[in-house]
Design a protein around this ligand. Structure first.
Ligand SMILES: Cc1cc2nc3c(=O)[nH]c(=O)nc-3n(C[C@H](O)[C@H](O)[C@H](O)COP(=O)(O)O)c2cc1C
Length: 245
């Protein structure tokens, strides 16, 4: 189609990296590309923290559930929703700062559009990336380590670096487009179930090819959503001044 689309379709998460650091010039170029993403009414309710200390990265390995790549990759970042500047703007004009769930959603959406642009920019430079949701295992500890003020809260991490192996694993297959692109109306559950059946077979074959335990995508989703995960998130985000209701 074109080079940008080809790059996007080659994406796969990279979990093993060579030790070279990502030069600061590359970091700045990717972040500036990220900032070019659309942002709700230009609120730009995000920030990204480049964690450069070896000790802190080692500590983050523990805080993300033992994910060694957090210390081993060429650069590690924490992506945050950031409403701090809006609070400062309100203070400056002595106006009230009175928000609801919308402000939290806007920050989360803006931060994710920004982050994905950053990730894509790094991939366009030949780096591999992996998002780290495991950061939400220990938000209070991550928050204390980074010294985050009220209004700033981590959403996830991002590993970036030179992939350790050049062996091209095929990208992880996605749902058939018919399961996500609908014209005018949402499909009936039966139609969706048969698309899921087809995808389950494709997904299991992909895992087998990777040398992993084969298994259907539906079974993995069912296992994942059997019980609540990270049940303390609302309390943490509320403690940072987010209004969740
Ligand atoms: C917000 C987010 C958090 C993620 N957290 C982790 C993580 O903590 N550890 C990890 O190894 N992969 C993580 N991933 C990567 C996903 O597992 C991966 O994107 C998904 O399985 C699809 O595979 P692919 O990216 O190789 O296509 C995360 C992805 C996203 C978008």
């Amino acid at each position: 189609m074109n080079e940008t689309i080809n790059l996007m379709k080659r994406h796969r998460s990279v979990r093993s990296y060579r030790p070279e650091l990502v030069p600061r010039a590359h970091v700045r170029a990717a972040i500036e590309a990220g900032q070019a993403a659309s942002t709700s009414s230009a609120v730009q309710a995000y920030c990204i923290i480049h964690v450069t200390s070896d000790d802190e990265r080692q500590r983050l390995v523990e805080l993300t559930g033992g994910q060694a790549k957090v210390a081993a990759c060429g650069a590690f970042f924490v992506i945050c929703g950031d409403t701090r500047r809006h609070r400062l703007a309100a203070d400056r004009t002595e106006a009230a700062y009175d928000v609801r769930l919308e402000a939290f959603l806007v920050a989360t959406i803006d931060a994710s559009l920004f982050a994905q642009n950053v990730a894509l920019a790094f991939e366009s430079m030949g780096y591999g990336i992996c998002y780290i949701g495991g950061l939400r295992n220990s938000l209070s500890e991550v928050d204390a380590m980074l010294g985050l003020p009220e209004g700033v809260y981590p959403l996830y991490g991002l590993c970036v670096g030179v992939p350790a192996t050049s062996t091209e694993m095929p990208p992880r297959p996605r749902l058939p487009i018919e399961a996500v692109l609908f014209e005018d109306r949402y499909p009936a559950d039966d139609a969706m179930r048969s698309l899921m059946d087809a995808y389950d077979e494709m997904y299991s074959a992909y895992l087998r090819k990777r040398g992993a335990e084969p298994g259907a995508w539906s079974s993995a989703m069912s296992r994942m959503h059997r019980e609540p995960r990270r049940g303390d998130l609302a309390a943490y985000y509320a403690s940072k001044g987010a209004v969740l209701g």
